[in-house]
Write a protein that binds this ligand. Sequence first.
Ligand code: 6JR
Length: 728
Amino acid sequence: MGNGASAGSSSQLTLEGGEMLDVAKIKTLVPELRQQLKQKDLEVERLQNQLLLTKQNLLERESELGKLKGEVHKLKSVLQVTVHKDGKPDILSIIQEEATMAGQEVGRMKKQGVSGESSGQPNIDIKHYDKDFRSKQLIKDAILDNDFLKNLDSTQVREIVDCMYEKQIRTGQCIVKESEAGQHLFVSAAIFLHGSPNILTTSYDGIPACKLGRFYACRCSSSGLAVTDSRIWVLDRRVFQAIMMKTGLQRQEENIRFLKCVPLLKNLPSPKLAKIADVLEIDFFHEGEYITREGAVGNSFFIINKGEVRVTQKIQGHDNPQEVRKLKRGDYFGEKALLSEDRRTANVIAMPPGVECLTVDRDSFNQLIGDLNELREKDYGDEARGAQRSDGSSPLEVISPTPFLEAEHSYVRLEDLEILATLGMGGFGRVELVQLSTDRNNTFALKCLKKKHIVDTRQQEHIYSEKRIMMEARSPFIARLYRTFKDKKYVYMLMEVCLGGELWTILRDRGNFDDITTRFCVACVIEAFEYLHGKGIIYRDLKPENLLLTNQGYVKLVDFGFAKKIGSGRKTWTFCGTPEYVAPEIILNKGHDQAADYWSLGILMFELLTGSPPFSGSDPMKTYNIILKGIDVIEFSKKISRNAHNLIKRLCRDNPAERLGYGKNGIVDIKKHKWFQGFDWEGLKTQTSFVPPIVPKVKGPADFSNFDSYPKDIDIPPDETSGWDADF
Ligand code: 6JR
């Protein structure tokens, strides 16, 4: 005792920095600090509440907005119908245009298909015209200044430059004539005004002149009038198409020819080689350059096209890597980091004078090449490290032959049918609900196509193809076509009726679908696509407008106007589809195949989940330009879940070869995606154990209440007797 400042007395504390604190003083401060803390807590709580309220408010606003949008959609659709009733469809386009100009989205208007003539591939002479260096440069500059054409490769640009021919134009002369068939816009003739390298194009039906590039998007015919006497360069659309096709084919053929000489790949079936040829990139490495570095991560597989490489490795007992072998043209390397190791097992160095390699990235390698026995069993003398996988060599792709099909309802005659109501309407004609006068319980959908319209829009071949494909199709996810008729004015298709209505109508009324509904609809489409692709058929016109609900609520694909049998490993070049849904390779005329359907599947998912497709402009040209910018610049609404977002992005890859579904497992890869986790594919196929998410109300075989109402047809088309439909 006695010593006031003893260690036992705790009246003072020494802080780390040597500062002294009076404990008694602190004790008096504690209640005050507690009070302050409590106040801060309260404030935090208040702020949190505010945040919650704002969030709630936001959600409410969002839902209000959704409802409003739904109402706008309904109104627009009613308008669409009323306008047709008045027989003045022009008003609608004015409304639509004004809405677009005001910056609003053109929501629930039915989307129209677009197609180039169906007269097969252009088989025309690609003629070159001599021109001086300056003119060539001018044309080239114009091409590189154009949003579309700048995507072409140098061979294609050179061909276009060579094929343009000169034309003298006098002041006031009309460069492009206007025709009545109007709506479709696409590059058909590129005209370069002398002096200012702008590109003018006409749409491919020869309709209003339209400038691409700097003075883009005037739809008026006056833009086709020459202001002064001038010299222009012209390229016919058919030549343009022929160039695109020729160069595309050439590149593919060259690559395939080389791949056939690569010992590793020479036994693969041609369709597979074609796919590999599609994903190849050509890379050049200077002498001495390290193509792979031992220990580094690697994501590419290489085939040597030109030159030689040296392979070196660290070997015990040596300070420097030692050469283990040389590889030459036709040899490959880089498989190990992709198969079993994550890292490169050796250095691969380009030898003089440099090396050209065909490069395949990791994804494409896994999809197309990775399961080859030779690769898996490859042994560089390193204790059989390669053979880790079970056999998985890719099955040969075969197109199933057409089985003998029974002809249901082939006895039905046109005279036996009575029209009950109109189920759909378009430029082509109408789809009527009809019943058999001899059996009123038997109803069908009768598609009536105006022959004059078919001839005017050169769709004869598409109509035949539609008939052939639909007559043969036997899938629960594709509407049946029983038989066809014809008379002087129309050709007719007698089809299975789906009284649940169009998915488009339901989407319009609901605004958007939830994940479950969307998954179901997309799954039905996948089943239909699996069936079609298995027969070498591409569909090319996916959209909610072409999906019908059966009475039970299953989804069926209708309208095969753009479907085409191309076989596997083949491509086609005819431009067609619906602008919002066409894939970039179709726009760029690079040739397209099944992968274009996978692209559209991603667009469909997006539209069903949000109510609008991701790429949409006020006219087709604008839409195409937005599509070419890619899916990565599109903002994804919160309505789209993480897994759905991921799947959409995997489907909407710019490069068709990278799309999910295009790999060696085909469409199964899409079915296995996380978004479909737990989905009962078997139940869907058999249509038994499944309760569809939307079960429509259908009271009987003649109940058309799930369809919008359409006015009676007042427009009677003229006779068309050219005889193109002899075999229809
Ligand atoms: N060894 C690439 C060529 C050899 C060779 C021996 C080894 C490994 P990668 O070099 O694939 O990149 O394609 O790893 O992706 O004798 N190459 N000759 N690799 N590894 C490689 C091959 C190619 C570099 C070789 C290679 C070994 C030996 C022991 C582990 C343990």
